[in-house]
Every structure is written in structure tokens, then in C-alpha cells.
Design a protein around this ligand. Structure first.
Ligand code: COA
Length: 265
């Protein structure tokens, strides 16, 4: 089902309850990110931000072989410096739109997540990888560097040593190594990837949206500022939760020994 007046060319968009599933659909090019895909992803996530019926998003690639095998090298090859700056900013802004969404986004990585694909996975909040996945920042082999936020997000996710090694050497790593580095949250057999991802998505979709938003924002903002500012943000987000029916529902349900039902108000 499409949610735009003009259907995206390279995305499939469907809802499974309150979970919006966004599939990058260029399997013949291993879902490489050209300008059209970057723009369509930005629009798709702007819609998710505005739609209160959507509580969680899952981002994946079509075809079973790749999540995304990188920025489109055919487009990359023809960029002059001005166009390269625009391309980098376009990708960065789209990924920042995802990262600051205020709703959880899960990357379902069932194969290659290279270059821009690893960057895209890293702007999501959780990453579930199949045991067949390979992740890496091989841009160095093309004479460039990660330009969609990879140097910054890999540094923050895995630390300076791992970020430098992955970007300088350019050799992809398998899913298990990515798990050890904290780059992916879970590794599952390929056949269980969908089931695991959607079970997690459903669990998050049933949680209280304002509390989810507070956690996402507090951890994102806290990573960029000092502890006192981060603690202050946490306090404000905590106080906002106390204005919600969902908090009353969650605490009452616990005391009444029943399952809570959160409605997002
Ligand atoms: N940009 C554009 N096209 C890409 C692409 C990318 N990043 N990655 C793969 N493709 C295309 C290939 O050109 C090929 O197209 P074709 O059939 O029209 O020739 C198609 O996708 C299939 O890829 P192919 O290389 O034949 O598959 P493979 O199984 O032999 O290898 C990879 C898979 C992922 C190892 C290999 O495609 C690869 O190294 N891709 C580039 C990874 C990269 O450097 N990414 C960072 C970009 S900044």
C-alpha cells in the first residue's frame, strides 16, 4: 500500500498494524542508494513522523541478498565537488530525519549493509542482522570516505578504534563481529530474521509512545551533551510522561496485576 499521492519508485510501503514497513526495492542493484531513493526515504520517514497511527518502523531491503550495498556507485562516479556536497548532505539529512524521528526504527539486515547501507542501518535505533549479513565501510576502496554520517555514528556506536579500523581498512565484517562491536543488537539465523524483527516491532508498538519518545530523545541528546544537561533532559521527559493517560494505565495495570493497554494519549 502506498501512502503518497505519487507512489515511490524504489520503495514499498505497507502497514502491519501500527508498524510501518519500508522496503528499499532495487534488488537488481542490491538496493543501492541513488538520489531518488534518498529523497523517497526522507519523504517516507517524514510521513511516519506525522502519522500518529504509526508507532514503529521497520526498514529493510528487497531481495534477500542485501539490506543496502551502498550509495549508488554509478551516480557517485559522476559527481563534481558541488554535487558531492549536495549528495552527502542529502543522505545525511535523510538519515538524521530517521535518527530524530521520536519513534523506534528497526533496521532488518538480511545481507550486505555496506557503505551507505551500513550508515543507513546505524541511523536506525535498533539493528537485527541475519547470520548471513556483512557490514562495512568500504568507501576507502573507491577513493572516498563515508559521507552519510558513517564516521560519526560508527565512532559513537563502536568507539574510535573500531571506527578507524573499519573505515581505514574498508574490509567488511560478519554479523557476529558486528554484534561483538555493538554495531548490531541481535544476530539470528536468516530464516528467523523476519519473525524476530516483527516480534520486536510489535512489542515496541504496544509500548507507551510518549515514554518511547522520551527514551529515544534522552539517549540521543545525552550522547551529544554533558551529563548535567542530559540528566535535565531526562527529568523533563520523565515529567511529560506523568501527564499521560498511558502512565496512569501502566502503573494501574501493574498494581491490578493485569496487562496494560497503551493508547498513546
Ligand atoms: N552502487 C551501484 N550498483 C551496485 C552497488 C552500488 N553500491 N552494489 C552493487 N551494485 C550492482 C552491481 O553493479 C550489479 O549490477 P549489474 O548486474 O547491473 O552489473 C548488481 O548490483 C549486483 O552486484 P554484483 O557486484 O554483481 O553482486 P556480487 O554478489 O558479485 O557482489 C557485493 C556483491 C556487495 C560484494 C558487490 O556488489 C559490491 O562490492 N558492491 C559495492 C559495495 C560498496 O563498495 N559500497 C560502498 C559504496 S559507497
Amino acid at each position: 500500500m502506498s501512502h503518497d499521492a505519487t507512489s515511490p519508485q524504489h520503495l514499498l510501503i505497507e502497514d502491519r498494524g501500527a508498524v510501518r514497513v519500508v522496503t528499499i526495492n532495487r534488488p537488481d542493484k542490491l538496493n543501492a542508494l541513488n538520489r531518488t531513493v534518498l529523497d523517497e526515504l526522507h519523504a517516507a520517514f517524514a510521513q511516519i513522523a506525522d502519522d500518529s497511527n504509526v508507532r514503529v518502523a521497520v526498514l529493510r531491503g528487497a531481495g534477500g541478498k542485501a539490506f543496502v550495498a551502498g550509495a549508488d556507485i554509478a551516480e557517485l562516479a559522476a559527481l563534481n565537488p558541488i554535487q558531492a556536497r549536495d549528495f552527502s548532505r542529502r543522505g545525511q539529512q535523510m538519515m538524521r530525519r530517521i535518527e530524530t524521528l521520536g519513534k523506534p526504527v528497526i533496521a532488518m539486515i538480511g545481507g550486505y549493509a555496506l557503505g551507505g547501507g551500513m550508515e543507513l542501518a546505524m541511523c536506525c535505533h535498533l539493528r537485527i542482522a541475519s547470520d548471513t549479513a556483512r557490514l562495512g565501510q568500504p568507501e576507502i576502496n573507491l577513493g572516498v570516505l563515508p559521507g552519510f554520517g558513517g564516521t560519526q555514528r560508527l565512532l559513537r556506536l563502536a568507539g574510535r578504534g573500531a571506527a578507524l579500523e573499519l573505515c581505514l581498512v574498508g574490509k567488511p565484517i560478519d554479523a557476529q563481529r558486528a554484534y561483538e562491536l555493538g554495531v548490531v543488537n541481535r544476530v539470528v539465523p536468516f530464516e528467523q530474521l523476519e519473525e524476530t524483527t516483527f516480534a520486536l516491532a510489535d512489542q515496541l508498538a504496544a509500548a507507551a509512545p510518549q515514554a518511547l519518545r522520551g527514551i529515544l530523545d534522552a539517549i540521543l541528546i545525552g550522547g551529544e551533551c554533558g551529563i548535567d544537561a542530559g540528566l535535565d533532559y531526562e527529568t523533563q521527559a520523565f515529567a511529560v510522561c506523568a501527564s499521560t493517560n498511558d502512565m496512569r494505565e501502566g502503573t494501574s495495570a501493574f498494581l491490578e496485576r493485569r496487562k496494560p493497554s497503551f493508547h498513546g494519549d
